[in-house]
Design a protein around this ligand. Structure first.
Ligand code: ATP
Ligand code: MG
Length: 901
């Protein structure tokens, strides 16, 4: 059974049982504490912890998941992918244990003809939490599972919580016995690879307290929850492996073609050297599985808008891509492999995720560029690594120092995990603590350098408690003035009871008209005037941020008075700034739409800035945008402004937004409800920002520049409104001045200036020729200045400034030819160069060389005196640099050397 079919059957089963089908959340979920979504329940957390009322009692989803903790398991076990799909069903205070078990059992064992998965019930095992007799009863008495296939397991395996106070509860897992080929008999306690877990049922029934010790299970289980919930997860890939009769996750229909292509590239035959069980895997086969898994995961991550980088999500992506590339190298394939593998992965996944095909240009551009860059890093870094490793071994050691690992990382871009891997391959260790210490020092330096942090608190718990009074509604789409209550004041050390004149703090309002920085739009500024019964205070708003979803904080300076939580205040947005930023934001939408019209849909947004009077827009495109096209784009935008289009916005659901073709931006939060902003019929985008009401209000847009800012990403900058006008007006004055100077009409200027430059160049060439001729003609008079030092005819002279090394050489040879050839002769000429240095030449004639003089040696006597360097042969040597002011000292040094012979 194909994976797509499993997906279909799963959703149908739960839909038929009253569940609402909910879309997968994007892998990079909108929560700063989470790198990636790692389970189906993540997007439902607000319902589980009672922060929001669930809009449905039952839900089901196929959630895209990524588990970085499982990276090292990939290929070595038969059941761990980095990316995988978790099929879940959820109950919010509705059905509980009995029905959850029943639903999972039915779908697993119902015959294929009847729409189930047709697993053999006699091979299914269940685990339950130690004292969960209720679950045992359900499994045994209602489902009919024999007691010997029901295993009690402890807190570590079968008790779930989110790691913080909140809901928790026992789990029950379903395992499938794959038979003696896969390992030892005895159930999941004995062998988790033979008995493969495919479904986990979490029964949220208790409340837990805070941590009481170092272990993950050190916490008290408090009372029962008033409303009990169900959260389950069935591994789609694991189910596919079972139903497709393959040995592991990497051989199912969604990954096997990638694996096969990799094997083909590396000229390997997959599988012939491995057994069924994980423990019987050949290293090459493990590598091929790693490649198949990581390539697919990278595809899915880039597909959700993450780009390779050095931190957080970007780094996980980079690590996966690099591990795939390196595995291919270890398999013997050293060329770029992603152009062969990524399209295969796309074809595997696009049937379930069509956006991978439509967004292919962007996805592949990033992946390929990352591989190219990494291959270059690998080539240089590997050489350095080998040198270090060689040194370590030659000196009898077995450990790479922290300094070396750090240098590899810092100077050569070699990630530490790669250094660790390569060291392990060569049988040496790495001083990892030393490395980490150096990294920490570097980070501390960087931190100290970093100016004013956006939000004062790295510690999110302060914000979490500020959120306790409920999420903050942004009302600023329709108003710029509002009476609001101050619900929290946050200082450097946490929540405050009051703030006074001169204090810089963050304040939280119950609702706010202030726009928090987001979607590229700069935050609002303004004022909050507090008017409490006995007190007054004036606050100026310097910055507005969203440190966590649902929370908006205002960084303010208290200008006068005292403010306390609970006070009422009048929040007033600086409307000039807001209007100017809104003009930039609307202009950015027009620019985006126009780019897509002119360059195609691949010109997707990669980042933007909407600031007062100016905008910046980054987008993906494989090559530069010709100036003529940019000109047309600019023209088109300004034409659209004049059409005075109406700007409308509305909130709808994601599917509808897709249907009407709204441009969706990655990194933006995809809740169920999305906000669509339309500018006439010209642009339609998902956007949470503020905008003008009609396009003509924007006034004017002037694009300034277009340039590359990295692999496949270009940046356009522009001015908006009055700033655009003023810029053009300034240019106009400039052109007017130039036209006056050149006595030309403005339109004649380019030709006139070109003509002047040409004449200037040709005059400079003539001047050079004259100067050289003059210098060369001085050979006769220079020869006549020869003195005799230590029996050697010596000419030392300073030629005019700017005589080039070439001319100096010709002159020196000419002078040498004019001196008596029967006696030794040395000619030393130098000329001051631009920037205070000098060029110099020494020539020695045949008699001189016969007498043991060498030009190269004389240059080495001369050059250090003036602080320069040079060298050459016995007959001729030259050099440059140093200080022209010391030429006389240099000449004296040579004279002294000859005199001493
Ligand atoms: P395991 O002990 O095998 O690592 P787990 O206890 O981490 O599994 P859960 O967190 O309970 O798994 O996740 C629910 C289900 O998701 C599992 O039953 C399994 O089918 C699937 N699953 C978990 N981790 C992975 C993974 N890395 N790759 C594929 N499927 C997974
Ligand atoms: Mg696990």
């Amino acid at each position: 059974m194909k994976t797509a079919e499993i997906r279909q059957r799963f959703l149908s089963h739960f839909e038929a049982n009253g569940h609402t089908v909910v879309q997968s959340a994007p892998l990079p979920f909108d929560d700063p504490n989470l790198l990636f979504v790692a389970a189906g329940m993540v997007q439902f957390v607000p319902y589980f912890i009672g922060q929001q009322a669930a809009p449905y009692k039952r839900a089901t989803s196929i959630q895209k998941c990524l588990r970085t903790l499982d990276i090292d398991e990939v290929g070595k076990t038969t059941r761990h992918g980095t990316f995988f799909q978790m099929n879940g069903n959820f109950s919010f205070g509705d059905y509980f244990k009995e029905e959850a078990v029943r639903l999972a059992w039915d779908l697993s064992t119902k015959s294929i003809a009847d729409g189930g998965f047709g697993l053999d019930g006699d091979r299914i095992w269940a685990t339950v939490y130690l004292d969960d007799d209720e679950a045992i009863d359900i499994w045994h008495k209602q489902i009919g599972l024999p007691l010997e296939r029901i295993v009690r397991r402890g807190m570590d395996d079968n008790f779930w919580s989110m790691g913080i106070p909140g809901p928790c509860g026992p789990c029950s897992e379903l395992y499938y016995d794959r038979g003696p080929d896969y390992g030892t008999e005895g159930g999941p306690e004995v062998d988790e690879d033979r008995y493969m877990e495919f479904w986990n049922l979490v029964f949220m029934q208790n409340e837990r307290g805070g941590s009481t010790g170092p272990n993950k299970s050190d916490y008290p289980i408090l009372g029962e929850l008033p409303a009990k919930n169900i959260d389950t997860g069935m591994g789609m890939e694991r189910m596919a492996a079972l139903l497709q009769g393959v040995d592991n996750l990497y051989e199912i229909d969604q990954t096997r073609p990638i694996l096969d292509r990799a094997a083909e590239l590396a000229s390997k035959v997959y599988g012939v050297h491995s057994g069924h069980a994980a423990s019987q895997s050949h290293p090459d086969d493990v590598r091929l599985r790693v490649v198949a898994d990581h390539v697919r995961s990278a595809l899915m991550i880039i597909g959700d808008g993450v780009t390779p980088g050095n931190e957080g999500r970007g780094y996980v992506l980079r690590r996966l891509l690099r591990r795939a590339v390196r595995s291919m190298r270890l398999l013997g394939f050293e060329e770029p492999s992603l152009p062969h593998l990524m399209p295969v992965a796309r074809d595997c996944m696009a049937p379930s995720y069509p956006e991978l095909a439509s967004d292919w240009e962007r996805i592949s551009t990033y992946a390929y560029a990352e591989e190219d860059a990494f291959l270059a890093t690998l080539r240089s870094g590997t050489t350095i690594f080998d040198t270090y490793a060689g040194n370590v071994r030659r000196s009898g050691g077995a450990q790479l120092s922290g300094d070396q690992a750090f240098a590899l990382h810092d100077t050569y871009g070699f990630p530490i995990d790669l250094t660790l891997e390569m060291a392990a391959e060569q049988g040496i260790t790495v001083d990892e603590p030393g490395f980490r210490r150096l990294m920490a020092e570097q980070r501390a330096r960087a931190k100290a350098d970093a100016k004013a942090k956006k939000t004062a608190h790295g510690d999110l718990s302060v914000y979490r408690s500020a959120l306790e009074s409920g999420s903050v509604e942004f009302t600023g789409y329709r108003e710029v003035l509002r009476e609001a209550r101050i619900t929290a004041i946050i200082g450097e050390d946490g929540l405050l009871d009051a703030a006074h004149e001169g204090d810089e703090v963050e304040v939280v309002l119950d609702t706010t008209p202030f726009y928090a920085e987001g979607g590229g739009q700069q935050p609002d500024w303004g004022r909050i005037s507090v008017n409490a019964p006995s007190r007054e205070a004036e606050l100026t708003v310097l910055d507005v941020q969203t440190p966590m979803p649902g929370l908006i904080t205002h960084r303010v300076m208290v200008l006068s008075g005292e403010v306390r939580p609970g006070d009422l205040g009048l929040a007033q947005v600086d409307i000039d700034r807001r209007a100017s930023v809104s003009r930039s934001h609307s202009a950015t939408h027009l620019l985006h739409a126009s780019l897509r019209r002119n360059l195609g849909d691949t010109a997707a947004q990669a980042g933007s800035l909407n600031a007062p009077g100016r905008l910046r827009f980054d987008f993906k495109t494989p090559s530069a945008v010709p100036a003529s096209v940019l000109g047309e784009i600019e023209d088109e935008i300004n034409e659209v402004l004049l059409r005075d289009l109406e700007v409308r916005w509305f909130v709808t659901d994601q599917n509808e937004a897709r249907r009407i073709g709204a441009i969706a931006m990655f990194g933006e939060k995809y809740g169920d409800k999305v906000r669509v902003v339309e500018i006439g019929d010209y642009s339609r985008e998902l956007c949470g920002g503020t905008h003008v009401e009609r396009s003509s209000v924007i006034g004017m847009v002037k694009l300034l520049s277009e340039a590359s800012i990295g692999s496949g990403v270009r940046r356009v900058e522009g001015l908006v409104g009055l700033d655009a006008f003023r810029y053009l007006a300034r240019e106009h004055v400039l052109v007017h001045q130039l036209a006056g100077e050149f006595k030309a009409q403005p339109e004649e200027l380019p030709e006139r200036i070109f003509g002047v430059l040409e004449r200037l160049k040709s005059a400079e060439r003539d001047l050079d020729k004259l100067r050289a001729a003059a210098v060369l003609s001085s050979a006769g008079s220079l020869a006549s200045t020869a003195e005799v030092v230590g029996g050697v005819q010596l000419v030392t002279a300073e030629a005019p400034a700017g005589v080039t090394g070439n001319d100096l050489r010709s002159l020196a040879l000419d002078v040498r030819g004019r001196l008596r050839s029967a006696d030794p002769a040395v000619v030393l000429l130098a000329s001051p160069a631009e920037g205070g240095g000098a060029a110099f030449v020494v020539a020695v004639n045949d008699s001189g060389q016969a007498a043991g003089l060498a030009a190269g040696e004389l240059v080495r006597a001369f050059a250090p005196v003036i602080g320069a360097r040079g060298g050459g042969k016995a007959d001729l040597a030259q050099g440059a640099g140093g200080e022209a002011a010391k030429l006389a000292d240099g000449f004296a040094a040579v004279r002294a050397q000859l005199a001493a012979r």
